[in-house]
Design a protein around this ligand. Structure first.
Ligand SMILES: Nc1ncnc2c1ncn2[C@@H]1O[C@H](COP(=O)(O)OP(=O)(O)O)[C@@H](O)[C@H]1O
Ligand SMILES: [Mg+2]
Length: 275
């Protein structure tokens, strides 16, 4: 469990002015969950992500991972427990060749060459990227690069993964590949904290937290979120027209039942209403 208790953070601006990034954030993220923290630009998501992994100390408040205050965690142990993935996969690649980049991630873990080779082979198989083992990273697509960056974290045996808008630089195929990988990591028992800006990124989450101007304004399940398109729009999240349409139909008394967020869902729900 990751627990944030009364976390606030200020940056200092160029003339020494206080810039409020987070204000009194209280949050409990259960082990094994996939939590999406959603908010528009400048709502404080990246600040929150950096605070959760210990890259930034909050101005006030506490972050506890498995009951222990982050300030008291051993740095090496922390980097093997929780990691942060950025939006741009280019920022996270260390070596030009796929297998070298993965092997580098394991270097500090006291493994012998054979163990490292086996781990690298296993993870490439899991990613469905075995044939890219000796390939230059520059030849990979954006989605493959991001999958590799995530794998370089996961291969270290992390239990918690924070992803900061990990699909925002990718094309549609890359977005789908990376979201599929994240779902399978979650199914394999990983705890995922997903910092999101788009509706499509929320679909797979167990818990959605809405962050606006550094404050948590709402938390609940994805299904509960579907009932609140007006709130979503107010929080700065782009709401798919189908979700707004369903709310209008429901308000007019048509008994279409959730979950509906695609045309196919709506067609199926309408067909159920046929006499
Ligand atoms: N290094 C920084 N120095 C000064 N202000 C910052 C810095 N990083 C972020 N901010 C400010 O903090 C607020 C929250 O930013 P951020 O955490 O990046 O939000 P998000 O990731 O949701 O876009 C914004 O007002 C932003 O301008
Ligand atoms: Mg950000």
């Amino acid at each position: 469990m990751i627990s944030l208790q009364r976390v606030s953070h200020f940056y200092s601006g160029p003339c020494g002015q206080k810039i409020l990034a987070l204000e009194d954030v209280n949050l409990n993220i259960p082990r094994g969950s996939l939590t999406a923290i959603v908010g528009p630009n400048n709502s404080g998501k990246s600040t929150l992500g950096q605070i959760m992994v210990g890259l930034l100390s909050p101005s006030s408040g506490q972050v506890l991972i498995e009951g222990l205050d982050l300030a008291h965690w051993d740095h090496n142990l922390l980097t093997r427990t929780i990691g942060l993935i950025f939006s741009n996969p280019e920022d996270q690649i260390v070596f030009p060749i796929v297998e070298d980049d993965l092997a580098f991630s394991l270097e500090s873990l006291a493994m012998d060459t054979l163990q490292i080779e086996k781990k690298v082979a296993d993870i490439l198989k899991f990613l469905d990227m075995e044939e890219y083992r000796h390939c230059s990273i520059h030849q990979l697509s954006g989605g493959q690069k991001q999958k590799l960056a995530i794998a370089a974290m996961v291969i270290r045996g992390l239990r918690y993964l924070v992803l900061d808008e990990p699909i925002s630089h990718l094309d549609a195929k890359g977005r789908e590949e990376v979201l599929t990988l994240i779902k399978s990591l979650h199914q394999a028992g990983g705890t995922i904290i997903y910092l999101a800006q788009r509706f499509e990124e929320l679909v797979m989450s167990d818990l959605v937290v809405a962050l606006v101007s550094g404050r948590v304004v709402w938390q609940g399940s994805f299904w509960e979120l579907l009932e609140r398109p007006e709130d979503m729009a107010q929080w700065g999240i782009e709401v798919p027209p189908i979700v707004r349409l369903v709310k209008i139909l429901q308000d007019k008394g048509l008994a279409v039942a959730h979950p509906i967020y695609t045309v196919d869902h709506l067609v199926a729900a309408l067909e159920k209403l046929k006499p």
